[in-house]
Design a protein around this ligand. Structure first.
Ligand code: URA
Length: 270
């Protein structure tokens, strides 16, 4: 491979989302491990072409199937947001924790009337340990400022509290698995129970689906008030477009602006 080809391959990997090194040595997961000198010879390794069938891929990646379902997280005794953050810091069952730089729990004013919920931390959030601090977060802050809200405000009326469904960055920003999501959900539900927002705003489909049980696309759901049932309390919930989507599709910002106005109206009326 020439240096140019190597640079091109690296660029392609970064574009595909593999933008971080998580091990010292490369691992070719499509080739079964060779027997060590001391172990008895095994059946010949299958040709790479056969490894691409779904059956063989899952056999070659047992770790994915062995993931726990997340039923283990006992959040029942957690009473404050700092309890929840401390419990997350000590929670080792979620595999995302191993590849993330740090825990990314929440930001904003714990007294805020509005809780915003995103999907998962990205690269900047992983470095700073706070949700929505990268480009999406900067756009989000501007959207909030346009309706008189800020995560920095000490005033309950004009502040927001921000968190995510997932609390550690998935490597390369890949979609979290169902098992990883299930592991984080009890902590999110407890956060809502403890923070007691008057209103929830879901940024994108992931939190909207998780909290409402609905499955329709975010473009259908957005802008329509619905509710989340958390510990017996029904909380008004507004799904809207994720700021990362708005950065890719700036012409959709007008829809997000309508949603911000709907939130402003709701806050003014209650
Ligand atoms: N996208 C999210 O959904 N959450 C973040 O914290 C950052 C980007």
């Amino acid at each position: 491979m020439t240096p140019q080809q190597a640079a091109e391959a690296l660029r392609w990997l970064a574009e595909m989302g593999a933008d971080e090194i998580i091990g010292e040595e490369p691992v070719n997961r499509s080739v079964p491990a060779l027997p060590s000198a001391s172990s008895p010879p095994k059946a010949p390794a299958p040709a790479i072409a056969t490894v691409a069938t779904p059956k063989t891929v899952s056999a070659a990646r047992p770790a994915l199937q062995a993931q726990p379902t997340g039923a283990g997280a006992d959040v029942s005794r957690l009473q404050s947001l700092s309890d929840i953050e401390a419990a997350l810091a000590g929670f080792d069952a979620c595999p995302l924790k191993k590849t993330a730089t740090r825990l990314c729990y929440a930001d904003g004013n714990p007294q805020a009337r509005v809780m915003l919920i995103g999907e998962a931390p990205g690269r900047d959030e992983d470095i700073q340990g706070k949700p929505f601090v990268g480009k999406s977060g900067q756009l989000l802050d501007r959207m909030l400022a346009a309706i008189g809200l800020s995560r920095q405000s000490a005033d309950r009326e004009s502040s927001v509290f921000i968190t995510n469904v997932i609390f550690w960055r998935p490597p390369g920003n890949r979609t979290p698995t169902e098992a990883e999501t299930q592991m984080c959900l009890p902590f999110l539900m407890k956060t809502i129970e403890v923070q007691k927002p008057d209103f929830i705003v879901c940024l994108g489909a992931t939190p909207a689906h998780r909290l409402t049980g609905k499955t329709e696309g975010i473009l259908k759901m957005r802008g329509k008030w619905t509710s989340a049932n958390v510990s017996g309390r029904s909380i008004p919930l507004l799904p809207t477009l994720h700021p990362a989507y708005l950065l890719r599709q700036p012409n959709q910002k007008r829809l997000a602006w309508r949603d911000m106005l709907a939130l402003r109206q709701m806050l003014d009326a209650h």
